[in-house]
Design a protein around this ligand. Structure first.
Ligand code: HEC
Ligand code: HEC
Ligand code: HEC
Length: 132
């Protein structure tokens, strides 16, 4: 004899497991990150631009950081000449995070959304944020 109650309950559990990712994504779309650039240093800039164009930074900042690290640590070169010809001191903490001092609202807002967790802050010092 089949127990139709159990079968229906089983089906309901099955359907909700299958549907979960879709239902879950509806919520995720709403909180799509909007990384904020309104830090004190960036507010002072006449031309608000990064070390490279925004589209490049968005897609390639991980590779650029690797290049910066290799340049500083392997080659002892701490000057980066950007594609626009401007010069930057190669430093995650003193250059990137000097402008992007709002790590939580900037870096973390994207990374949390994409579920990436850069391990850099195990060693590098993250900016102090106004949680005093
Ligand atoms: C001189 C200040 C300054 C420095 C230094 C700087 N940034 Fe930026 N960054 C900006 C500004 C301003 C923008 C927004 C540019 C725009 O809207 O065109 C930006 C944009 C970005 C973006 C794209 C954000 C988006 O919404 O797509 C990323 C990623 C980024 N920066 C990462 C970095 C990293 C990593 C470093 C160090 C290698 C760095 N930045 C150094 C000022 C800076
Ligand atoms: C516009 C969204 C966005 C912003 C803003 C952003 N990131 Fe990212 N970051 C990403 C994405 C997406 C990845 C994962 C890319 C991949 O896996 O190919 C990533 C990956 C990284 C990685 C490599 C991590 C790994 O484990 O591979 C580093 C390092 C990193 N980001 C540093 C930073 C820093 C530092 C900042 C702030 C100055 C920052 N990012 C701001 C979107 C962003
Ligand atoms: C195990 C500790 C450790 C981790 C984790 C780590 N770093 Fe570093 N990093 C160092 C040390 C030590 C130096 C050399 C500092 C110096 O010579 O001034 C360095 C130098 C750098 C430099 C060049 C100089 C500077 O002061 O910024 C960059 C850029 C850099 N690391 C980026 C990263 C990024 C991006 C990550 C994460 C994907 C990361 N590091 C993770 C220890 C670490």
């Amino acid at each position: 004899m089949y127990d139709s109650g159990k079968i229906i309950a089983g089906l309901l559990v099955f359907v909700s497991i299958i549907a979960f990712p879709f239902v879950y994504n509806i919520g995720a779309d709403i909180v799509k990150p909007e990384p904020k650039i309104d830090t004190p240093v960036i507010q002072q800039m006449a031309v608000k631009q990064c070390v490279e164009p925004k589209e490049f930074m968005r897609a390639e900042h991980m590779q650029l950081l690797n290049k910066w690290r290799d340049s500083a640590v392997r080659d002892g070169n701490r000057v980066y000449v950007g594609s626009r010809g401007d010069h930057y001191n190669i430093s995650l903490q003193n250059t990137c995070m000097h402008c992007h001092s709002n790590k939580k609202e900037f870096c973390d807002s994207c990374h949390n959304y994409m579920a990436v967790k850069p391990y850099c802050w195990d060693c590098h010092i993250a900016p102090k944020e106004n949680s005093l």
